[in-house]
Structures are given as structure tokens and as C-alpha cells.
Write a protein that binds this ligand. Structure first.
Ligand code: 13P
Length: 287
């Protein structure tokens, strides 16, 4: 069932668990994540970056594929189709294409411009029943060529953006996209607690879910994080399983070259890591 992410995240805040946003790249990714959510009776958010949208030939293709797949696979758990780190134009394209949720990443704009653009998009989204995420403090690491420095978001700025009526808020707390470096200092829970105290029950989003230790994830959830984004870890699981298949020479046996066989181990591996994350986030049986 395609829905906005608003209700599922309100429920997550109340129940002290988080819903995973897993980024999709193609049909296999989408199938693996949707079936894992259904098998575990978990709500789920499918994240689509602008780059992944382009790769799949456009947001209309993505929305059509996801809607049809939900129908063909009888997916009854709540599914949100969400633009990840959207530009201003990207948000409008996704709204038009039928996404049920968008993130407007205005973190690189001066705060006044971020406020103006976010307010406008909040209005447009809410008229259409679409949920909207905003970001304060850019998330470090590299994603689709965008490199941020891993800022700690200013709690007062978070409050300012929260008051614009966004449905959930990504606040940088030292988290970064991709693998964490050896000398990473960990999440800044003081900043998280300060922001939480100012914004009340608004769900918080933790980007860069790959490689954050389980105890930090749990502490973040206890402090109001209700959505956790995971991308790189699915890619790494897919890559490792695919590598093993080829290194074992399986692609050379019989019809092992058939793409449906070649991509199967990677697809199964995505299911394994998505289930693990759902267990850690506490979203199983919360559909
Ligand atoms: P990772 O790739 O580090 O898991 O981050 C995903 C993310 O935050 C998508 O917005």
C-alpha cells in the first residue's frame, strides 16, 4: 500500500522504534526491499536519490514500477516512495510523478532561502497528501557526487525549519554517508537531545545508517529518531554476493550467465541486510 510517510513515522515516535529508508537502484533492489517488508510485516520507505532516478530513466518510471510492483506482489504493509536529498526542481518532478514523500535538501542554501523554499514545498506537498522531510546541517560523506562536511545541526535552526510544518526532520549529528572512517567520533547525542527538546514529537531522521554501531542506533531511537536511511550497506551486500557467485565460476556453469541467475545472490543478500536492519530498528510487526 503506497502511503505518505507521515503516519508511519508518528507511530514510530510513539512506539520508540524507527522505520528504515532503503534506497533503490533498480527492479531487483525494489523487489528485495518490498518482499522483505511484507515478510516481516514492517512499514518501509523506498528512497530514490536524484541520481538513481536518472539511472532508472526518470521519476515517472520509478513511480510506475513501484506502484505496479506493490499491486502485483500484493504488498499490504505501508510503503512510502520518497525522494532522497531532493533539489527544488527534483521535488516538483516527484510530486508530479506520483511519489508519496519527498525530501527537500535545502541545507546548502542560506537559512532564509532554505526557509522560503521549504515553506512553499510544504504547502504544495500537503495539498496533495505528500509528506516532506527537510534537512538542517549537511550530512557528511559523499552521495551522488555531493560531498558534505558532517556538520552538527544548530538546534535553533532545526526548530525554525520544524516550525515550517515539515513532517520529519534530518538533523546532522556527526553522521555521514558511506563507510565511517576509523577516527570517526560517533554521533553527537547532546546535540540530538537538545534538538529533540525543542521540536517535541516531530520525527527525526538519521542519514548515513551504514556502519553506525547497534548501541548508537538504539540510543538515537530512544532520543526521537524515527527514520533511518540505509544505502551503502545494501550495495556492499549486493556486491559481495555477486562477487562470490562469479569467483566461484557459477556464471560459467549451465545457464549461470542468465541475468536472472546472475543477479539472484545479490538480491537475496539485500533481503538479509534489510531484515537485519528492520530487527535492529524495531519495525518488525509494526505495519
Ligand atoms: P548510507 O549510504 O551511509 O547508508 O546513507 C544513506 C542515506 O543517508 C541516504 O540518504
Amino acid at each position: 500500500m503506497l502511503v505518505s510517510a507521515t503516519e508511519m513515522l508518528k507511530k514510530a515516535v510513539a512506539g520508540k522504534y524507527a522505520v528504515g529508508q532503503f534506497n533503490i537502484n533498480n527492479l531487483e533492489w525494489t523487489k528485495a526491499i518490498l518482499t522483505t517488508a511484507q515478510e516481516n510485516n514492517s512499514p518501509v520507505i523506498l528512497g530514490v536519490s536524484e541520481g538513481a532516478g536518472k539511472y532508472m530513466t526518470g521519476f515517472k518510471t520509478v513511480a510506475a514500477m513501484v506502484k505496479a510492483m506493490i499491486d502485483e506482489l500484493n504488498i499490504t504493509v505501508p510503503v512510502a516512495l520518497h525522494l532522497d536529498h531532493g533539489s527544488y526542481d527534483g521535488c516538483y518532478k516527484c510530486i508530479e510523478a506520483g511519489f508519496s514523500s519527498v525530501m527537500f535538501d535545502g541545507s546548502h542554501f542560506p537559512i532564509a532561502e532554505n526557509v522560503a523554499k521549504t515553506s512553499e514545498l510544504v504547502k504544495v506537498c500537503h495539498e496533495k497528501g505528500i509528506s516532506i522531510e527537510a534537512e538542517v546541517g549537511s550530512i557528511g560523506g559523499e552521495e551522488d557526487g555531493v560531498v558534505g562536511a558532517g556538520e552538527i545541526a544548530d538546534p535553533d535552526e532545526c526548530k525554525k525549519i520544524a516550525d515550517l510544518g515539515v513532517d520529519f526532520l534530518a538533523a546532522g549529528i556527526g553522521n555521514i554517508h558511506g563507510k565511517y572512517p576509523e577516527n570517526w567520533k560517533g554521533l553527537d547525542f547532546d546535540a540530538l537531545a537538545k534538538t529533540k527538546a525543542l521540536i517535541g514529537n516531530l520525527p527525526l531522521v538519521l542519514h548515513g545508517g551504514t556502519g553506525i554501531p547497534a548501541d548508537m542506533i538504539q540510543k538515537a531511537i530512544s532520543l526521537g529518531v524515527a527514520k533511518i536511511n540505509v544505502n551503502t550497506e545494501c550495495q556492499l551486500y549486493f556486491q559481495e554476493a555477486t562477487r562470490k557467485y562469479i569467483e566461484a565460476g557459477k556464471d560459467l556453469e549451465g545457464k549461470g550467465f542468465d541475468p536472472r541467475k546472475l543477479l539472484a545472490p545479490g538480491t537475496e543478500a539485500i533481503k538479509v541486510i534489510v531484515k537485519e536492519k528492520m530487527e535492529l530498528f524495531g519495525s518488525i510487526n509494526k505495519a
